[in-house]
Design a protein around this ligand. Structure first.
Ligand SMILES: C[S@@+](CC[C@H](N)C(=O)[O-])C[C@H]1O[C@@H](n2cnc3c(N)ncnc32)[C@H](O)[C@@H]1O
Length: 260
């Protein structure tokens, strides 16, 4: 029987009630709920690799779970500490300086019910090793949540901005980059991200396209039209599940479970 006293003092909120995170947050919350039911434990052990300042880690802790954030940036870890304190979950959030490549220098192998790796695989030296380490940190049946930049979203965005040569460059570049000034070192297709997860021993349960429309519509439309934000959030949620839209999403989310 769940113990409500194990839950955070503040009600859980989405990481940012925004177009950027809502699809991923809903999928992640369901996965954590399933893991709670499967294990019979209310408070899960969650690892957020490259968790930064805690935009997911803190809301996960607000659900009552214990979260370890591994990140190489001292500034991000400082911001994480402050955010956790502000949301009254400092006792459930631990920040550790480290790297996904040297993950087991700082955290336990096979010690976690869920591992998040959001917005990190684009930047790491070896994404396959990053995913493999993330999965090795899981207990059997644990959930892995991978979020990474999508190739197609970048191509569309460059083209709609009138940068047609850059859009074509991203299409043909092996890393999906549109040029030397591109701030993202690597992008993925849904197939590539799924394959990375499967090769690491994950049974992939769901793939979602994130920010299919959000980055393409003028902000003023969303901010000023009554009900527009809510309608766009619903549209994003509906499109996210459809494979046809994965190839044009700004980000891709893969959720799976470690094979037993
Ligand atoms: C775009 S931010 C994403 C932060 C957070 N996961 C989120 O979704 O809001 C990328 C984070 O990855 C971290 N990072 C970069 N290289 C890393 C590595 N090799 N291992 C772990 N984290 C890394 C950065 O310090 C940064 O906090």
């Amino acid at each position: 029987m769940p113990d409500p006293s194990a839950r955070g003092a503040n009600p859980p909120r989405p990481p940012r009630a925004s177009l950027r995170t809502s699809v991923v947050w809903e999928v992640l919350k369901d996965a954590l709920d399933r893991r709670v039911k499967a294990t019979g434990r209310d408070a899960l052990d969650v690892l957020d690799t490259g968790g930064g300042s805690g935009s997911f880690a803190v809301p996960v802790a607000q659900l009552g779970h214990r979260v370890t954030v591994v990140d190489p940036s001292p500034n991000a870890l400082f911001a994480l500490e402050r955010r956790a304190a502000e949301e009254s979950v400092a006792d459930r959030v631990r920040g550790v300086q480290g790297d996904v490549h040297g993950l087991f220098d700082v955290v336990e192998r096979g010690g976690y019910d869920a591992v998040l790796c959001h917005g990190v695989l684009e930047f790491v030296d070896d994404p396959a090793e990053g995913v493999s380490n993330a999965v090795a940190a899981l207990r059997p049946g644990g959930a892995v949540s991978l979020l990474a930049a999508g190739l197609g979203g970048a191509v569309i965005a460059r083209a709609l901005a009138g940068h047609f040569a850059e859009a074509r460059q991203a299409l043909t570049d092996p890393a999906g980059r549109w040029g030397d000034a591109d701030p993202i070192p690597r992008r993925f297709t849904a197939e590539q991200l799924t394959e990375l997860a499967e090769r690491a021993g994950v049974e992939v349960g769901a793939v979602h396209g994130v920010r299919v429309f959000a980055d393409l519509v003028p902000g003023v439309l969303v901010d000023t039209e009554p009900g527009a934000l809510d309608a766009l959030l619903k549209l994003e949620a509906a499109a996210a599940e459809l494979p046809a839209f994965h190839s044009v999403a700004t980000q891709l989310h893969v959720l799976g479970e470690k094979r037993g």
